[in-house]
Design a binder for this molecule. Structure first.
Ligand SMILES: Nc1ncnc2c1ncn2[C@@H]1O[C@H](COP(=O)(O)OP(=O)(O)O)[C@@H](O)[C@H]1O
Ligand SMILES: [Mg+2]
Length: 342
């Protein structure tokens, strides 16, 4: 687990507030025809925030958030509902202005229009025009994105294929299930090979097959070198696809690191031992905290390297060790522990 990064302070971006209720390549919100200003330094992190702050009246939605997302990683922004995930994304995309603090996205200040061309965004809540077909939605976004017209057909086929909607390409969005609309939104977000893909709860409307497919898409994005910023309240999702996560609660990051680091040294072991007298474990406190679950004895917070010593000790005391099951603390347990530590 590493402390929040607090390196040099970037300039603050103050983009205009833009309503977003459909998945867009953000260049659309900025409008086409911008100059080809190359303000983006590829060596910079994908996202870097310093003491980012957002207040809505008396509600502090984002509180002094400092974090860095490196290029090419799948970064999980993990926290319970209301933690501030969507608000942070809107700040990063220039859809809402911070009350304080600073941030750079792809090396540019918040709200930089040229940078928006390189960002694909799947909002948490969106609706497409129900009378359009899936193909028409994609072609519309190709146009908004400024893709050459000759590329639209291939772009649409590729996008619809990637999200598993090719067979329904010519059906109207109004006839789609929520999960299918979510897939279409994802297809739109991937148009034009964006450097940064921001997905806000991308699988919340999906069934297990859909969730699996989205994870595959995310892994493919990583393989082609895109950075993925994934908002999720689903631990399982983070566990499956993220290289690193920030656990966010009440608007601030309470832990940052790889899942391995977050779970780190919190392993435990489950033992089944026969043939020992009552209270036999009372002298073994040095190995960790103990409790019983039916016929099992659980040792919490034990250093994995000491399990062999513990078993040796039990045998020396005359015990018959029938099972030793090392367990890593579940992410869920660790997550709850992190939240309760505050
Ligand atoms: N436009 C808004 N006006 C007032 N409060 C808001 C607004 N957007 C978000 N909030 C509040 O900010 C907090 C964080 O919300 P949000 O970012 O949506 O959380 P998450 O995406 O993690 O579920 C919540 O308390 C929410 O009610
Ligand atoms: Mg949200």
């Amino acid at each position: 687990m590493s402390p929040p990064n607090s390196a040099e302070r970037p300039a603050v971006g103050r983009g205009e507030t833009v309503a977003a209720d459909a998945p867009v390549r953000l260049s659309e919100a900025g409008g086409a025809g911008l100059g080809s200003r190359s303000s983006v330094a590829t060596a910079s992190p994908a996202v870097h925030t310093v003491a980012l702050h957002k207040r809505f009246g008396n509600t502090i939605a984002v509180k002094s958030l400092s974090m860095t997302v490196e290029r090419g990683e799948v970064f999980g922004f993990l926290g319970p509902n209301g933690a501030g995930k969507t608000t942070v994304v809107k700040l990063l995309l220039g859809l809402s202005r911070p009350s304080g603090g600073e941030a750079l996205v792809l090396g540019a200040p918040l709200g930089d229009l040229e940078t928006r061309r390189q960002i694909g965004y799947l909002p948490e809540l969106f609706r497409f025009q129900p009378l359009l077909t899936a193909r028409e939605v994609i072609r519309l976004h190709c146009r908004l994105l400024g893709r050459p017209k000759t590329a639209w057909t291939q772009d649409a086929n590729e996008a619809l294929h990637t999200v598993g909607l090719l067979e329904r390409a010519d059906d109207r969005v109004g006839t789609f299930s929520k999960g299918m609309q979510q897939r279409l939104g994802l297809g739109v977000a991937l148009l034009g090979t964006p450097a940064l893909v921001v997905l806000d709860e991308p699988t919340s409307a999906l069934d297990p097959v859909g969730r699996h497919d989205v994870r595959e898409i995310i892994r493919n994005l990583r393989e082609r070198g895109s950075t993925v910023f994934l908002n999720t309240h689903l631990l399982e999702e983070a566990q499956h696809v993220c290289d690193r996560v920030a656990v966010i609660d009440k608007g601030t990051a309470i832990a940052t690191g790889s899942l391995g680091e977050l779970l780190g040294h919190h392993s435990r072991v489950r033992l089944k031992v026969e043939g020992l007298g009552p209270n036999w474990w009372s002298g073994l406190g040095r190995f960790g905290r103990w409790h019983r679950e039916d016929e099992w004895t659980i040792v919490e917070d034990i250093d994995p390297k000491r399990v062999a010593d513990l078993v040796g000790e039990l045998v020396r005391l005359g015990g018959r060790v029938e099972a030793v099951v090392p367990e890593q603390q579940s992410l869920e347990a660790r997550f709850l522990e992190l939240l309760s530590e505050r």
